[in-house]
Design a protein around this ligand. Sequence first.
Ligand SMILES: [Zn+2]
Length: 224
Amino acid sequence: MPLVCPRTITVRKRNGQVLTFQTSLSDQEAHTSLTTLVRNGKLTSSFATDLAGRPYYALSETQLAWVQKIVHDANKPPFAGEQFVSIAAMLTVVNEGGIKNPILRAVHPDCPPLDGKHREEGVICLKWLRNSTKIAILSGDKEMFYGYMDKRGVTDRELPTLILETLQHTNKDLVRSATLYGRKTGACCFCGRELTREDSIGAGYGPICAEKWGLPHPYNMEVN
Ligand SMILES: [Zn+2]
C-alpha cells in the first residue's frame, strides 16, 4: 500500500467560504471511513449518505475532497471552548439594566493607533443578542463573523489568536481594555461615538456610558 503523506485539501462551501485542512488518509481510506461512519449511524446527513453510497472510483475530485472533509470533521475531538466569565457577566448586567443589545468593542494591546477613517478597522466587536454574544471583527462597514459566546462566556468554536488574545485582555480588566480602546481609536468602546471631552479621552469612554456600564469616570465623580 503506498504511503500517503499529510496533504492539504481545500473545499468551497456554497456561500463561497473556503475551508482548508490536512489529512493523512488516501481518498479511498477516507471513503471507507465515511461508509463505516454512515453504516454505524454516526453520520446521518443526506450529503454524507449519498457520498458513502457511491463507489469511491465514481466520485469527482470535488466530491472526494468533501468525503475527506466530512471524515476529518467527524474524527475531530470536540472543541472544549474558551471561557470569558467577566465579559459575559458584564454584558448580562448591562442587558438586565435595560440596554437591549449592548455592544462592547475592543482592540488588541499591540494594535497601532486607528485614525478617524480606520477607526473601526480590525476592531473586535462583541454584540449581545438574545441568548448569546456574537463575536465579530469590524472591517469597513462590514462585520466578519467568528463565533458566539454563551451566557457563561464559553465560546462555541476556535477563534483566531488575535481575537483570543484581545478577549483575554478585556476579560482580565474591562476598564483597562475600555481605556486602551478609547486611546487607540478616539472613540468610546461602548457606543462607538467620538470622544470629545478631555476627561473622556483620558478615561477612554464617556460619562453616560460609564454610568450605564457601572464604570468610574471623572465627570460622574465631580457631579456626585
Ligand atoms: Zn459611549
